[in-house]
Design a protein around this ligand. Sequence first.
Ligand code: DX5
Length: 246
Amino acid sequence: MTGYGASPSESHFASVRGVTLPVLIAPSVLPADFSKIGEEVRALDEAGVDIIQWDVMDGQFVPNLTFGPDVIASARSYSTKPFEAHLMVLTPDVMAQRYVEAGCQRLIVHAEACTHLHRTLENIRGMGATAAVALNPHTPASTIENVLDLVDMVLVMTVNPGFGGQSYIKTMEPKIRQVRDMITARGLGDSVHVEVDGGISPTTIAGAAKAGANVLIAGSALYRDPKGLAHAVTELRALATAAFTA
Ligand code: DX5
């Protein structure tokens, strides 16, 4: 069960060490043309992405400001793919329900922004969405060891959040591996995903997948591919599937 609703095709699955997980490519909408956000979401859908990620920023938790729930709701009808909201916000509890109502199937909250992370994740699940937790580069993997039963994904940031187009932080790979191994050790290997976000490109994606990431967020790398979005999605998925190690 991918926890995403739509099941990826068989070709997107990788089985390693007895763990079978889909290898999923999810775009960040951040580099898209906001003046036509609906068409941009449709283009991402048609390019074959598995999920669409909205980088929600409040100008407080990160020094940038992006999408409110109404923007996401306005794009919902342009794609049938699952939406997830990456809540880079100081108070995720305040707005979580609005993002679910806007059409997001998953909410990702930052451990650093949650005084009561366990309760926040429980509340998100109570809203009928799946819950995920994100870790900034400085935050240790141990932070989430007591909430793995409440999430269907852990996001290991491979940049400091706030902007697209940053360089991949390769020193995060041991943490990706640590999170993947924590999940497997808890017997959750087939149901809890590891996502990475930041600086993912054809030259960095294999390292992240080899370390155990099976959901890969890409923004700049998709939009700067001269052969177009579909080529970028296909290339990234092939590189990640070949390298993925559970
Ligand atoms: C950081 C953002 C970016 C974005 C992806 O807060 O979350 O990581 O999604 O940007 P690229 O793929 O351009 O690094």
